[in-house]
Design a protein around this ligand. Structure first.
Ligand SMILES: Cc1cc2nc3c(=O)[nH]c(=O)nc-3n(C[C@H](O)[C@H](O)[C@H](O)COP(=O)(O)OP(=O)(O)OC[C@H]3O[C@@H](n4cnc5c(N)ncnc54)[C@H](O)[C@@H]3O)c2cc1C
Length: 404
């Protein structure tokens, strides 16, 4: 039997290795780029957060969030780490549950997969962009601009649209739609969200550990404590990433309410600011030693205080206003950045049309899909690569096992 796998990213490589373990069938791994795992090599800021030991179906989204349950259950974080260890990759798990290669280099992950693909029954063909996929007898015909390939089974592992500069593409959605599958609305996820607050650019690059509450029309939508990063146009960081898949949809007013000192109550902070009246400090240093200097100055200015005034001349009310801003700073959110900047695509090929236990199409026997092309997207912190490994392994194993 010949199995064609379209896309040599995380899911496609996992599928090829699983199919090759289960069978002696011929496996073609087709990649439109010159090398495998280009996006994988850029993940986690070059460190590759390849899994999360807490990953379970609760961390995944889509029209049917439970779809991920079967693949994650069959080949979850524990199995993934053992598998990578077998491939020769040492990993380290951070207290948060995020898993990275011991080398701290995403390239190590790509390398061990690349070496493992070097098997007699796997043929990796780079620069092979599948432009058309159609039924041919009981199998499939895959066509690039200058080649044709007949396969008995096909696994579509083309990834999603996110990270367009790293190879994110519509191709997988188009190929699966050409065989009758439907696609949900695609949105960027795990991405910065822009703000209407013009002061943000002065804080570009500043990171703050804070409690962030996202509200829509003043009603709490989501909250968490962690790092927020200010960017040129908006906010970034895990809590922002988590809401970005549906941020600013519809007509509601989205805001992010930041508490920059979640472990210190407002009364204690006020006391400290009042105490600082006995020092010779200028207002620009009112929050020095408490917050990032640039953030401190921006908050003081937002309290209507000129930076060159002395702290000793500030009124109680002015100090109370600054303390209130530190504990309750409201930033409006306008829209998420686009697919170029997104780490993952929310939405994708409708999962109802696939068997979650095998990843085989319910519409076209012998056709499989895995990874980001499906309507599954995970939380920040290694969940998306875990989905790629889990669904890829299940698709490859199922395609390899079943005889025609
Ligand atoms: C900047 C960035 C950082 C990220 N960091 C993390 C992280 O640290 N942890 C995490 O869990 N997730 C992270 N992600 C998300 C994660 O990388 C993806 O969810 C994951 O790579 C999806 O795997 P995939 O195999 O489905 O798709 P991809 O890895 O995108 O692979 C798809 C492959 O298919 C190929 N292809 C597409 N169309 C065709 C065609 N027609 N013919 C042949 N080949 C084709 C593509 O060239 C590509 O190589 C990050 C994403 C980005 C963009």
């Amino acid at each position: 039997m010949i199995i064609g796998i379209i896309g040599a990213g995380a899911a496609g490589m996992a599928a090829a290795l699983a199919a090759s373990e289960a069978t002696d069938h011929k496996i073609y791994l087709l990649e439109r780029q010159a090398r495998v795992g280009r996006k994988l090599a850029a993940t986690g800021n070059g460190r590759c957060n390849l899994s999360n030991i807490h990953a379970s179906s609760g961390g995944y989204h889509g029209d049917d969030p439970s779809f991920s349950k079967y693949a994650i259950g069959q080949f979850g974080p524990e199995e993934t780490l053992a598998w990578f260890r077998d491939l020769g990759l040492f990993t380290v798990t951070e207290p948060s549950g995020k898993v990275y290669p011991y080398s701290d280099q995403a390239n190590s992950v790509v390398d061990v997969l690349r070496f493992a693909l070097n098997k007699p029954n796997i043929e990796l063909i780079p620069d092979f962009e599948v432009l058309r996929l159609r039924r041919e007898g009981t199998g499939f015909l895959l066509e690039s601009k200058d080649r044709k390939l007949l396969c008995d089974k096909v696994i579509v592992a083309c990834g999603g649209l996110a990270g367009t500069k790293l190879g994110g593409t519509m191709a997988g959605y188009k190929l699966l739609r050409s065989l009758g599958h439907k696609c949900t609305r695609l949105r960027p996820a795990l991405v910065q969200v822009k703000t209407g607050w013009s002061g943000v650019s002065a804080l570009k690059g500043v990171r703050a550990n804070c409690h962030a509450a996202i509200t829509v029309n003043g009603i709490l939508h989501r909250q968490s404590t962690g790092e927020i990063q200010f960017t040129e146009f908006g906010l970034s960081g895990p809590v922002i990433y988590e809401i970005s898949r549906d941020a600013c949809q519809g007509s509601g007013e989205w805001e992010c309410v930041l508490d920059f000192l979640p472990e210190i109550d407002e009364a204690t902070l006020k006391q400290e600011l009042f105490r600082r009246r006995n020092t010779g400090l200028l207002a620009e240093d009112l929050l020095t030693g408490i917050l990032h200097n640039r953030l401190g100055r921006v908050l003081v200015q937002n309290g209507g205080i000129t930076l060159r005034r002395t702290v000793s001349e500030l009124q109680n009310r002015e100090l109370e206003d600054v303390a209130a801003l530190v504990k309750h700073f409201v930033v409006s959110l306008t829209e998420p950045l686009g697919m170029d900047s997104a780490q993952v695509t929310a939405g994708g090929i409708v999962t109802d049309e696939f068997d979650p236990a095998t990843m085989e199409s319910r519409l076209v026997p012998g056709l499989y899909a895995c990874g980001e092309v499906l309507d599954v997207d995970g939380d920040c912190g290694g969940y998306n690569l875990q989905w790629a490994w889990s669904s890829g392994r299940v698709a490859g194993r199922s395609a390899g096992k079943e005889s025609k």
